[in-house]
Design a protein around this ligand. Structure first.
Ligand SMILES: Cc1cc2nc3c(=O)[nH]c(=O)nc-3n(C[C@H](O)[C@H](O)[C@H](O)COP(=O)(O)O)c2cc1C
Length: 193
């Protein structure tokens, strides 16, 4: 797969904002079954292999996973504070669970688990997210195996079909719209900010 044209401005933004930890924490919006939006902060975990699919990790028991069963559409909103630019990446989300039959996706999930810190892995052994509050000891379970992911650990992939890039710097501001066509090619146009 060739790199989509929005990859280089996004890579540039990630590089120029690398001193700000928060520049790897975009917000991901999904659609609730009642049609209302749901939004949350999530850590960007790089691209899957040689594709344009963005990787995230999440807990299968979380609300966002339930929302995906009703609508696979998602939109990532990403602001880079140092360079003052925003990317909005919209597309389909796919959840890679423990039951994933494709070996390359299954190994991407395992690799992300193995790269986590112990404390990040431990969060997947915490009580049900969003459940009634439990006493603190419930949040100090034994450390899970560092090699084999817990069953509720998921890789979440976003495959963008539209990317809206706004640069606040400049007189006037700059805004570009990347859209994927039905043949898979990307179009790019400058639009009004
Ligand atoms: C800085 C930051 C990073 C986060 N990273 C993740 C993440 O990588 N994956 C994740 O599922 N939740 C992450 N969260 C928690 C989510 O924002 C959210 O609270 C949680 O996933 C439950 O969301 P849901 O009920 O919409 O499923 C992060 C929160 C913050 C503040």
């Amino acid at each position: 797969m060739t790199l989509a044209p929005w990859r280089s401005p996004l890579a540039r933004a990630l590089h120029r904002n690398r001193s700000l930890a928060a520049s790897r924490y975009p917000q991901l919006a999904t659609v609730k079954p009642d049609g209302r939006p749901a939004n949350r902060t999530i850590v960007f975990r790089g691209f899957w292999s040689q594709t344009n699919h963005l990787q995230f990790i999440t807990d299968q028991r979380s609300q966002k996973v339930e929302q995906l069963q009703h609508s696979a559409w998602g939109e990532l909103c990403w602001y880079f504070g140092k360079t003052r630019e925003q990317f909005r990446l919209a597309g389909k989300l796919s959840l890679i669970t423990a039951a994933q039959p494709d070996p390359s996706l299954a190994s991407a999930r395992t690799a992300l688990w193995q790269n986590l810190s112990d404390s990040a892995r431990q969060q997947f052994a915490w009580p049900n997210p969003g459940g009634n509050w439990l006493e603190k000891p419930a949040f100090t379970p034994d450390l899970p195996d560092a090699q084999i992911p817990l069953p509720n650990f998921c890789l979440l992939l976003l495959e963008p079909t539209q990317v809206d890039h706004l640069e606040l710097r400049g007189e006037p501001q700059n805004r570009w719209l990347y859209q994927q066509q039905t043949n898979g090619e990307w179009s790019l146009k400058s639009i009004n900010p």
